[in-house]
Design a protein around this ligand. Structure first.
Ligand code: TRP
Ligand code: SF4
Length: 400
């Protein structure tokens, strides 16, 4: 019924590193050519944990957007925007909050986890509890069908689906729904109407998911249907409610195989990162001084790649031939560690060269970035306003 939109956001944490690239951004770059994509800076989400020091949010936002562009997010394919510039997210968050059971929010695993992890902050706040609900508003407001996220975010997507379902249940009732739906069926034309009714009863009586999918595809193709009739027919397939909000699916992003320089997870707080826009000297130095298998004290000591973080980098950056060379050379002390690291350095520099180039034009002229984001905000706002018009109407708030 709605285009298979993809929505995802990141909190502005400043310059991005290779872990972000291999864990999320590279996937976004791929998705933008396959689906309509909306990618946004979740600056309000940053406030839920950094409300006492919001000063870094602004510069982090611009740095992050430059990194997205550098990594290959293409503003002619994807919409790039900033959450707080589309205040409709907040309106939907508020309206959803009225009917969201507290228990749903308290039960989200990240709620307790993060409070324990960030014990130095007071996260016993209303805003922090509402984090997943704000996230639900971010996605539902675009009627997105897919949300690329890491594993930790999957419970948030599950909750989003429940929120959408509950909203449709509460506000998708319509007087004479059945009759209006049947009138809409007739508007499909005789042949399609017959098929619709058949598929609908196959789904409702036998739970046949294929029939449901087939009926949905048919509705997608059907011309001459008003938006509202289309919503009715989608809702009528599954029950007796209009579908006002769409239940999105998590698109699970595989965890990055790239660790930090010391073999732990790459993270700014561990000081083990390579930033996307580190210059080539810095990168070379960082890899050269990276720890290796501690058993290789002398050049003549054989080592074991499985005990060496450099090997994990080879698995991301090197071809099979180079990998064989590493394993063989390491185990027999045939190569030295500095020698072994060179292909990794070359691989990272090669990957980052186009990124540095793309970033440079935006660093030289920051007004380009402002213009891209302003444009993206306009596009996003238009879509968000459409949904809010429907939401207000269904909730009985469109009086003037
Ligand atoms: N919670 C996400 C994270 O910490 C960021 C986020 C906010 C998000 N809103 C979103 C991700 C909407 C996907 C969709 O990574
Ligand atoms: Fe690590 Fe390579 Fe040295 Fe072996 S040779 S310890 S894989 S850097």
């Amino acid at each position: 019924m709605y285009p298979d939109r993809v929505v995802s956001g990141m909190r502005p944490t400043g310059a991005m590193h290779l872990g972000h690239y291999h864990g999320a951004l590279k996937n976004w770059v791929k998705l933008q050519s396959e689906h309509p994509c909306l990618f946004f800076v979740a600056d309000w989400h940053a406030l839920t944990t950094h409300y006492d020091d919001p000063s870094i949010i602004e510069s982090s936002t611009w740095d992050m957007v430059i990194d997205w562009l550098a990594a290959g997010i293409d503003p002619s394919q994807a919409t790039i925007f900033i959450q707080s510039k589309v205040p409709e997210h907040a309106e939907l968050h508020l309206l959803l909050s009225m009917s969201t059971p507290l228990g749903w929010l308290e039960r989200v695993p990240t709620y307790k986890d993060q409070q324990e992890k960030l014990a130095d902050r007071d996260l016993a706040t209303y805003g922090f509890l509402g984090y997943p609900l704000l996230q639900a508003a971010d996605v539902l407001i675009y009627r997105a069908s897919m949300v690329p996220v890491g594993e930790d975010q999957v419970p948030h997507i599950e909750m989003m689906r429940e929120i959408a379902r509950r909203f449709n249940y509460l506000y998708g009732r319509e007087k004479d729904f059945e009759q209006k739906a049947q009138e809409a069926v007739k508007k499909l034309g005789a042949k399609r109407a017959k098929l619709y009714n058949e598929l609908r009863s196959e789904f409702q009586e036998k739970g046949n998911d294929d029939s449901l999918a087939q009926a949905k595809a048919m509705l997608d193709d059907a011309q001459n249907l008003s938006m509202i009739d289309r919503e009715r027919l989608f809702g009528y397939l599954e029950g007796s409610r209009k579908l006002i909000l769409v239940e999105p699916q998590a698109l699970l992003t595989e965890a990055s195989r790239l660790p930090g320089l010391d073999g732990q997870k790459m993270s700014k707080s561990y000081g083990n990162t390579i930033a996307l826009r580190d210059d080539s000297d810095t990168i070379t130095k960082k890899i050269r001084t990276m720890p290796t298998d501690p058993a290789r004290v002398r050049r003549t000591d054989p080592g074991n790649p499985d005990k060496c973080p450099v090997w994990m980098f080879h698995q991301v950056y090197s071809d099979q031939k180079t990998q064989d060379w590493v394993v063989q050379g390491c185990k027999t002390a045939g190569i030295g560690c500095i020698e072994c690291k060179q292909p990794v350095i070359d691989g990272i520099l090669k990957e980052q060269e186009p990124m540095r180039e793309r970033a440079q034009q935006y660093l030289d002229d920051p007004s380009l970035v402002r213009a891209i984001v302003a444009d993206g905000c306009d596009q996003a706002r238009k879509l968000a306003q459409e949904t809010m018009r429907d939401v207000r109407e269904e909730m009985g708030l469109s009086y003037n």
